[in-house]
Write a protein of this length. Structure first.
Length: 365
């Protein structure tokens, strides 16, 4: 089967890029074409090791019309059976091309962040897809609330490789609390790094924090750390292709996000046996974190987040590394590939008129 994946923008080093890489590398039964009309630095390409049955095309044009022409040219050349759209605009463009040339591929939306808290899919844009992949139960609920029939939604969590992972050790009993943050440095937006830094400043226990990542707010975050007088406790590690290689010992991963889709960094942490403290933000963390692998705290409750960090520190050794790893086995890429292949087959077997199906969905208002 031929699959074309269209995403309007990839920053170059996030969870979505890693998911796409896993899918392309592991699903060898199907051919993949990845179209990126607008891209940041393609650092993530190093994660793709597949050499046959795969092609990636990047358009660096800023003009919207040129980007549409880029998509049209490559879709026509690939003759896909299914088009996966990671944003609403991608699904709309795929629909327009299909209608213009009387093609018969199926269009499937595949959003990677919360729909309610982002502009990745407008309500009407969802109407241009026959089916929808939901990467968390929260996103599935959002789709249903927007009027998408439940039978048109496939719940499929993002995958990781869980086997042959090292175990991140717990610090010694008298060592400072050692926390990890991995992600984009966004002070007040999605990643809520302001809450992270302000929480650390109020821990009132010995601590250190390793921050892996980069982002638009990195200078502001460093300034805030200086203002809070905590810079001496923070190691700004920058972006790394695989930060886990640099982490041998830690107490937990911290996540203060205001919203997510399905936070890959959380399941990655658990796959190394590392506990997690996370806000219970819309879509994602609640599908992963339980009493065996970490602590969920209410949204915007800084006191609860601080208390959870202190609890991890006081009860150091409570969490069993092997048990933590077991909690994410269900997300292993081998299971994921079997699931996605079954979904593709179900979608391809739907012989209903594609345009009529999309038009019916467009009655959402």
């Amino acid at each position: 089967m031929k699959i074309t994946l269209i995403t309007q923008y990839l920053e170059g080093h996030g969870g979505t890029e890693r998911v796409i890489s896993n899918l392309v590398n592991e699903d060898l039964k199907n051919e993949y074409q990845v179209l990126i009309p607008k891209s940041g630095k393609p650092e993530w390409l190093q994660w793709i090791t597949r050499t046959t049955g795969y092609q990636l095309k990047i358009c660096h044009a800023q003009d919207t019309q040129a980007q549409k022409e880029f998509i049209e040219k490559n879709v026509l050349a690939a003759e896909p059976d299914i088009v996966l759209g990671l944003e609403g605009r991608a699904c709309v463009t795929a629909y327009q091309i299909r209608k213009k040339y009387d093609l018969h591929y199926k269009i499937v939306s595949w959003g990677h962040t919360s729909i309610a808290e982002s502009n990745i899919f407008a309500r009407q844009e969802l109407a241009f897809s026959e089916y929808h992949l939901a990467i968390s139960t929260g996103i599935k609920k959002q789709l249903i609330k927007l009027g998408v029939p439940a039978q048109k939604i496939f719940l499929i969590y993002n995958p990781i490789r869980t086997v042959n992972k090292k175990t991140i050790s717990t610090p010694k009993a008298n060592a400072p609390f050692h926390a990890i943050f991995i992600g984009r440095i966004l002070l007040d937006d999605q990643k809520n790094v302001r809450m992270l830094l302000e929480s650390m400043a109020q821990l009132n226990i010995p601590w250190k924090l390793d921050i892996f990542g980069k982002g638009a707010d990195l200078p502001k975050a460093k300034t805030l750390a200086n203002d809070l007088h905590i810079s001496q406790n923070i190691n700004w590690q920058g972006w790394m292709p695989n930060p886990w290689e640099a982490i041998n010992e830690a107490d937990c991963l911290l996540l203060c996000s205001k919203y997510e889709g399905f936070p890959m960094v959380v399941i990655e942490a658990a796959s190394y046996g590392l506990p997690i403290v996370s806000t219970n933000c819309p879509t994602g963390p609640a599908d992963i974190i339980n009493s065996h692998n970490g602590i969920l705290t209410p949204m915007n409750d800084q006191k609860a987040f601080i208390a959870a960090c202190r609890q991890i520190y006081r009860l150091r050794g409570k969490y069993n590394h092997t048990d933590i790893k077991k909690t994410v086995l269900k997300f292993d890429v081998s299971r994921y590939i079997k699931h996605i292949e079954n979904i593709y087959n179900l979608i391809a077997a739907d012989n209903k008129n594609t345009d009529k199906s999309a038009i019916k969905l467009s009655s959402l208002s």
